[in-house]
Design a protein around this ligand. Structure first.
Ligand SMILES: [Zn+2]
Length: 458
């Protein structure tokens, strides 16, 4: 048994101060108390502990191109858009080898841990060899991602993605050949192989995923959802781009969320990624069904997607979580700040994150972001920390002069709006320090492997 002592630990109802968290050798919390336990040695930490963040949407390979698609093409501004970025992304997807994927994902996940994430959901559609043929082990690349997560010390939910077509009513293009499952039966085979793999690892589990309405035939989507095991989280990209909504109207006669709500039937297992362009009726169809959205503000900003109608969504008590998607930004507080400031700039109001208990905005943001983020992983734990669950925490530096002079009432807000990664003291996952003082325990090797992989890739 080991005990961590903190100046404060954030619970759903507020700060426990001081806080003593005792864990067993597997990193499972045995007790949480404000009294120092007499029987155990205590590691006293000059820090404030927050629950580990949940990164509900990731495409790991895209980390290799972070910042590489920012050139003005010299043609017209409208040409440097999501679709031109997608072409650059395909270039990486077409060439990356399994070991390169592992090295890139390992560094990405290690950075996520450094910035406070303890869990990532990998929206995994890069399935096949560069020739577009299945690997001998169908889940070869999922295995590399699992291995990357283990080295980085992060928990992972693998979401094997069903990707069948090039767009609404179009056959897949040559540049998408590594993503494609011919039909849902080929997808099931891939899914089952991946599930067997996940079952062998305590840091991994599995969810179900469909790339988007444009990437799978409508009847195949409906059959896949109908035949899915109950209670699995279901992840799908929806309404990220205006063009996608227009094409959905042409091809399906309905907007993406309208179609999903009407034809598939939304429920609390659905995690709709982006959902940027919604009508008021679509917002209500999501919230009435208890379905959830995954917002990726730094990527959505980088790709020029648009602003999610967060204010309206909150009025209907919508459930949301965050993800870093293309990984152009990786800091969870930055995602929350982007999400908030986008709303302030468009509504001319302040205080975006609201709670019925009139708590501070920062606290109001933490509860959905952690709780629904966990649901995106298939974990229904509501309490930030509880006995019997793994101890996962981001620890902030209580000696930081700004934090030291801020009272507990405003602590989360100061961290969220005025902080950066230098405020982080470290990250504990499954009861172990994985990052301390901005240094991952295995960073030297992780960085070397990453540099080699990226050099070869480019
Ligand atoms: Zn995505």
């Amino acid at each position: 048994m080991k005990t961590f002592g903190f100046k404060g630990l954030l619970q759903n109802e507020g700060w426990l101060q001081p806080a003593y968290v005792s864990c067993n050798d597997q990193g499972i919390i045995a007790t949480i108390s404000d009294t120092r336990p007499a029987e155990n040695p205590v590691e006293s930490i000059e820090g404030f502990a927050l629950p580990g963040f949940q990164n509900a949407h990731s495409h790991a390979f895209q980390y290799a191109m972070a910042g590489l698609a920012e050139n003005d093409t010299g043609t017209s501004a409208s040409k440097d858009n999501f679709w031109s970025w997608r072409e650059a992304m395909y270039q990486v997807a077409l060439t990356i080898e399994p070991d390169q994927l592992e090295a890139i994902a390992t560094r990405l996940y290690a950075e996520m841990v450094r910035l406070g994430y303890s869990h990532v959901a990998e929206f995994h559609y890069l399935h096949h060899t560069p020739d577009g043929k299945p690997y001998n082990n169908k889940a070869e690349l999922a295995e590399k991602l699992l291995s990357a997560a283990r080295t980085a010390g992060i928990n992972i939910t693998i979401i094997p993605i069903f990707y069948q077509k090039g767009g609404f009513g179009t056959a897949p293009g040559d540049r998408q050949k590594r993503f494609i499952c011919r039909d849902r039966f080929t997808y099931y085979e891939l899914w089952q192989t991946t599930e067997a793999l996940c079952n062998q690892h305590s840091h991994a589990n599995i969810a179900l995923g469909i790339h988007s309405l444009r990437a799978v035939e409508p009847d195949e989507i409906l059959a896949t959802l109908h035949e899915a095991r109950p209670n699995l989280p279901i992840h799908i990209h929806v309404a990220e781009q205006r063009l996608e909504v227009e094409q959905s109207l042409q091809f399906l006669g309905q907007r993406p969320v309208e179609w999903l709500a009407g034809e598939a039937g939304l429920n609390e297992n659905f995690h709709l990624v982006h959902a940027t362009h919604l009508t008021s009726r679509e917002i209500e169809s999501i919230t009435d069904a208890g379905a959830q959205v995954i917002l990726c503000p730094s990527t959505e900003g980088n790709l020029g997607d648009g602003l999610f109608a967060f204010e309206k969504f909150q009025q209907h008590k919508g459930k949301w979580s965050i993800g870093t998607d293309s990984h152009i930004g990786l800091n969870p507080f930055e995602e929350l700040r982007w999400l908030d400031y986008g709303q302030r700039l468009s509504t001319h109001n302040r205080i975006t994150y609201r709670s019925s208990a009139q708590r501070s905005g920062g606290i109001a943001a933490m509860e959905p972001c952690i709780g629904y983020g966990r649901e995106a992983m298939g974990n229904h734990q509501k309490a930030f920390f509880q006995a019997g669950s793994p101890f996962n925490a981001l620890v902030l530096d209580a000696a930081n002069p700004l934090l030291a002079s801020t009272g507990f009432d405003h602590l989360i807000d100061t961290i969220l709006y005025a902080g950066d990664a230098t405020f982080n003291l470290g990250t504990i996952i499954n009861g172990q320090w994985v990052v301390k003082r901005n240094q991952h325990v295995a960073m030297d090797k992780i960085n070397r492997d990453f540099a080699q992989a990226v050099k070869k890739l480019r």
